[in-house]
Design a protein around this ligand. Structure first.
Ligand code: SF4
Length: 181
């Protein structure tokens, strides 16, 4: 049987969800028997490939570049999993939303702390183009499965992936699988 083509994607998140994925420890060997990981920040793959069966997407959408990436991921992926609370609700990255748009964030980051010659870098390509509002994944593209948690515990990730590998539709029910935080 052909292996499942899987990806993990890192958007605006702290990498904690990826760390939780690595907490699957020895079960990762079982996972690797059935899956080819074709794109992940853990490997240095530059372009998101075609024909991906499943993608775990960590983090919210906070920049213009991430809008393009998540649209590309959606177009090339059969099952897109919003992986963790930042992907599901926008969570921590969205804490900047109540303070205003991108300019407020840039000023607070670059100009307010400066003692001399405060300025925000404006050259093209120097800074990511921030969105005025950080958004959860499902506000930008359709999501197939929501896997909450900050981060989702390894046992929860394993339960979802085991269902996926069994060929059954993923169904997350009960406190252990859907509790936030
Ligand atoms: S959900 Fe939590 S652990 Fe995952 S990226 Fe966001 S802040 Fe980090």
């Amino acid at each position: 049987m052909a292996k499942v083509r899987a990806a993990t994607v890192w958007m605006a998140g702290c990498a904690g969800c990826h760390m939780s994925f690595l907490d699957l420890d020895e079960w990762l060997f079982e996972f690797a028997k059935h899956v080819d990981v074709v794109y992940t920040p853990i490997a240095d793959v530059k372009e998101y490939p075609e024909d991906v069966d499943v993608a775990l997407v960590e983090g919210a959408v906070a920049t213009d570049e991430q809008v393009h990436l998540i649209r590309d991921v959606r177009r090339k992926t059969k099952a897109l999993i919003a992986f963790g609370d930042c992907a599901v609700t926008s969570n921590v990255p969205a804490m900047r939303n109540p303070f205003g748009g991108a300019e407020v964030v840039l000023k607070r980051s670059y100009e307010d702390p400066a003692n001399l010659n405060p300025q925000t870098p404006r050259e093209e390509g120097i800074l990511p183009v921030l969105l005025d509002r950080v958004r959860p994944i499902h506000e930008v593209v359709p999501v197939d499965i929501f896997l909450p948690g900050c981060p989702p515990p390894a046992a929860r990730i394993q339960a979802a992936l085991e269902q996926l590998l069994s060929g059954e539709p993923i169904k997350l029910e009960g406190r252990d699988l859907i509790k936030f935080g």
